[in-house]
Ligand binder design. Structure first.
Ligand SMILES: C[S@@+](CC[C@H](N)C(=O)[O-])C[C@H]1O[C@@H](n2cnc3c(N)ncnc32)[C@H](O)[C@@H]1O
Length: 265
């Protein structure tokens, strides 16, 4: 299967690109061992509690990224978020991930205007200032080390155009207090009450019984780390859907940042 690679994106060797990438082994350290690419590939932005999150992302992209053409989807998984961005009208969306099996699923469902590339964590084979929009959805919560998150955010900033936007979607503390359609949070009430940055959050997939681990990162940690790497947070959107959701607590947070902007803080 051939994968479309947009002009100007290719910078390093050909073999970085799927499907010719098996020589680069996925870094499995941070991947969700209990959540299979097959299962992930069945999820769409509309059919889990995450629909609320992606509705919020759509709103933020519309509000802050008018005129954006090229987007990067960092931690694209099985390509759900990449297709979502493309279907919002961006010309070209590149999905990158460390997990080869996830990428294989993404390639199987590839739509025109998207391409996929396997990377090592926090290392992007792109020139500076290449993407108008850099999105990373539900990825930070898979990373156990603060320094790794800092490294990734720095790299995301580097590849963003000067007028571009970085949008990070992640789970809030409230998100780890409630179970959702597919997932059950396995923290005791005491652990939930005392949760702090970097704490592991074991989660069970209802259908399969498999357990994987998220890592909790607070709003304070994320906003200060964005600031540290030179990204200014212009909005933190906490989407809820009171009409669809019986408990309208913000389970997700969307951080919208710019390279050079006046901070809201
Ligand atoms: C929960 S999935 C989300 C996938 C996609 N963004 C979506 O919303 O459908 C998280 C993805 O992040 C990837 N990931 C985890 N750690 C990563 C890292 N350090 N760098 C890049 N991708 C990473 C995983 O391999 C996985 O595919």
């Amino acid at each position: 299967m051939r994968v479309h690679i947009p002009e100007g994106i290719r910078e390093r060797s050909e073999e970085l690109f799927l499907p010719g990438v098996p020589r680069i082994m996925a870094n499995r350290q941070n991947t969700k061992a209990g959540i299979s690419p097959e299962f992930y590939a069945t999820l769409d932005v509309g059919d889990t509690r995450q629909r609320i999150a992606f509705a919020g992302v759509r709103e933020m992209v519309t509000k802050y990224c008018g005129g954006a053409n090229k987007a990067l989807d960092y931690g694209c998984g099985a390509g759900r978020s990449t297709r979502f961005l493309k279907e919002m009208g961006l010309e070209e969306v590149v999905g990158v991930d460390i997990n080869q099996e996830m990428l294989q699923k993404a390639v199987e469902k590839r739509i025109p205007g998207t391409s996929y590339l396997q990377i090592k964590s926090g290392q992007l084979p792109f020139k500076d200032c290449m993407f108008d929009l850099v999105f990373s959805g539900l990825v930070i919560l898979e990373i156990s080390k603060a320094r790794e998150i800092r490294k990734i955010l720095k790299e995301l900033k580097r590849v963003t155009t000067d007028q571009g936007t970085v949008i990070i979607l992640t789970c809030t503390k409230e998100g780890y207090l409630t179970d959702s359609d597919h997932f059950e949070v396995m923290l005791t009430p005491e652990q939930q009450a005392n949760i702090k940055d970097g704490d592991p959050v074991p989660i069970r997939v209802r259908d399969t019984g498999q357990v994987f681990t998220d890592y909790y990162w607070s709003n304070e940690f994320l906003t200060s780390t964005l600031q540290e790497v030179g990204l200014t947070t212009v909005e933190v959107k906490l989407p809820t859907a009171p009409d669809q959701d019986a408990s309208p607590r913000p389970n997700y947070a969307i951080y919208v940042s710019k390279k050079y902007a006046k901070s809201i803080w």
